[in-house]
Design a protein around this ligand. Structure first.
Ligand code: ADP
Ligand code: MG
Length: 591
């Protein structure tokens, strides 16, 4: 073995390789290229942005804008790494008002695709024509009225390993469409058009937000949407949130913008989910378009190269504010838009206490009891239930620890009597758990499949169509047979036998939403349980279904036979024991 192999020398990486590596972070797929380019056009003050794509954007992305343009001598810099016209100092970074500032997007894109950039600066006299530059950095004169036209062709032509990760044209196009929607919602004042393979997909005239949002989200959304305009301290939340009557099987209609920038932020998503928690079924997702504005000092947008993640200085305060604002709007009577949440005690809004999510369906059950409940009664009841399940009782009733069902309450709970006292079961949660374990076991062998007598046909979005094709194999392993019945129609021919009772279309939609964004090769290893949980949730008995006593007892017996039956898949308890002593205490007996 030679000495060189034992002690590798440290060498600087060639520039192109650096850019290709950086490209991995910025240029994930055509949609991420599109995002960077549209942001550049917006930063250049464009009023009209026209996007043409071919083959999902993989073959070509062309953007024509009427922005300020780039001077001839700056064209080579535009393609250079770490060259930007947007910030000059660290201080600038604290209050960037532009979308870009890293100066690496164009360089990264040019490292992995063929780029042609043509531009003419605003106010150029007639003698000053436009100039064009390509990857080789050679400048050539060109014809262009004004603004900038950039063309990106053959994405990843020189990095085949990356190219392999690209999905079908339909999927890549769907992601591009999504990016355009986000930008168009963020900037209703700018006109946009989108063409794919020569067919016009969007033509959006400059408008105000209500009009733009109506165009992009549709009347159905608007019929159920509440308007928000809420301020507290330096925080402001505006936009639209749909009532539960318009909910989705996926998170596809959740738009959050922070200071005009679309973000995918866990904290904000969590605050929203929590605001909907009590009014939306667990398997459904809310729809909203929300704009959070705050002092730029309070938020760091420099966390992620694509800048879709942000970091808040006062994250708890932001969470609180968003949660309360949404919760209030959703609870307000129709026509009464909430406009104000309490001003936090001091300007440090982070000091307001964190609100824990409301938990424990049992507690809700007790609080919504028909008796006029006194505080003392409720306290005792809470103490008695303790909110958490106890270990299954043993000796007393060895065969049937959960006892005999005696009644169903409010279509939600089963009451049963056992030797220790009384048992309350959350029927949906318990059934969900049982199904989940059964589905898991079934998958180990070969799941029994139920052919549908009448196949279910439904109208599917482009993303759903693409997902069904891409994940056909995984879906089949799970027991679903899907085929396309038209350009926008999917047919479901079979479902797992265990789920024969479920609402097929909702179930398949929810699965496709889970599968979105995931490489087909990794789904089964890493997301299997998540998919099974979705299936179980859809297959489980719905609230308000009346069960007969034998059905209730069957559920109790199945719980006893199921591993980990104490908790539903979301970690909530599925049942609670109220002992005779607890009952005595509740009624102050023996005191
Ligand atoms: P950043 O946007 O972070 O500055 P980019 O690599 O995206 O970095 O762009 C580099 C520079 O090229 C920008 O700072 C801007 O000056 C110029 N530029 C890019 N696209 C356009 C455009 N459509 N119109 C005008 N200038 C542009
Ligand atoms: Mg940029």
């Amino acid at each position: 073995m030679s000495e060189q192999m034992l002690t590798p020398r440290i060498r600087p990486l060639p520039d192109l390789l650096i850019s290709q590596i950086a490209a991995g972070e910025v240029v994930e797929r055509p949609a991420s290229v599109l995002k960077e380019l549209v942001e550049n056009s917006l930063d250049a003050g464009a009023r009209q942005i026209d996007v043409q794509l071919s083959e999902g954007g993989v073959r070509m992305i062309r953007i024509v804008d009427d922005g300020g343009g780039i001077a001839r001598d700056d064209l080579p810099l535009a393609l250079a790494r770490h060259a930007t016209s947007k910030i000059a100092s660290l201080e600038d970074l604290e209050h960037v008002g532009s979308y870009g500032f890293r100066g690496e997007a164009l360089a990264s894109i040019a490292a992995v695709a063929r780029v042609t950039l043509t531009s003419r600066i605003a106010g150029a006299t007639n003698g000053d024509h436009a100039w064009r530059i390509a990857n080789d950095l050679a400048l050539t004169p060109a014809a262009l009225e004004s603004g900038t036209t950039i063309e990106i062709a053959d994405l990843y032509y020189n990095t085949p390993a990356r190219r392999k990760f690209l999905k079908s044209d339909a999927t890549e196009y769907a992601h591009c469409d999504e990016v355009l929607r986000r930008m168009a919602l963020a900037r209703p004042d700018v006109a946009f058009s989108l063409t794919h393979n020569d067919s016009l997909k969007h033509r959006l005239a400059a408008a105000d937000l209500p009009r733009r949002a109506r165009q992009l989200l549709g009347e159905e959304f608007f019929a159920q949407a509440r308007t928000l305009e809420i301020e507290a301290g330096d925080l402001r939340l505006t936009g639209y949130a749909a009532l539960p009557a318009y909910s989705r099987a996926g998170r596809d209609e959740q738009y959050f913008f922070v200071n005009g920038r679309f973000v995918r932020d866990k904290l904000l998503a969590h605050a929203a989910r929590q605001a909907y928690a009590d009014i939306l079924h667990g398997s459904r997702h809310p729809a909203y378009v929300l704009f959070l504005e705050l002092d730029p000092y309070g938020v760091d947008v420099n966390v992620h190269p694509a800048k879709t993640e942000v970091r808040f200085r006062e994250s708890r305060g932001v969470h609180q504010f968003v949660f309360h604002a949404l919760q209030r709007v959703l609870a307000a009577p129709p026509g009464q838009a909430a406009t104000q949440v309490e001003e936090p005690r001091s300007s440090a809004y982070a000091q307001t206490p964190w609100t824990a999510p409301r938990q424990g369906t049992l507690r809700n059950f007790l609080q919504s009891g028909s008796e006029p409940a006194t505080a003392a009664y409720l306290d005792m009841a809470r103490g008695a239930f303790n909110g958490s399940p106890r270990p299954l009782p043993e000796a007393a009733d060895e065969e049937m620890p959960l006892g005999q069902a005696v009644a169903q309450v409010h279509g939600i709970f089963i009451l049963a009597q056992n030797a220790a006292g009384m048992v309350v079961v959350d029927m949906h949660a318990a059934h969900e758990r049982i199904l989940y374990e059964k589905l898991k076991n079934a998958l180990e062998d070969k799941p029994a499949i139920q052919q549908l007598l009448i196949p279910a046909v439904f109208t599917a979005s482009a993303v759903e169509m693409a997902g069904a094709e891409e994940h056909a194999e995984v879906l089949e392993q799970l027991g679903f047979e899907l085929s396309s019945a038209g350009p926008q129609q999917l047919t479901v021919r079979s479902v797992p036998a265990l789920l024969a009772q479920a609402s097929v279309v909702d179930l398949v939609r929810a699965l496709l939403a889970d599968l979105k964004d995931f490489p087909a090769s990794q789904v089964i290893e890493t997301r299997r349980n998540e998919l099974l949980a979705t299936m179980a949730c859809h297959g489980a008995v719905r609230a308000h279904r009346n069960l007969s006593l034998p059905e209730m007892n069957a559920l109790l017996r199945a719980m006893e036979a199921t591993e980990r039956a104490d908790q539903c898949n979301h970690g909530r308890p599925t049942w609670a024991q109220l002992s005779l002593a607890d009952l005595d205490r509740l009624f102050l007996r023996g005191r």
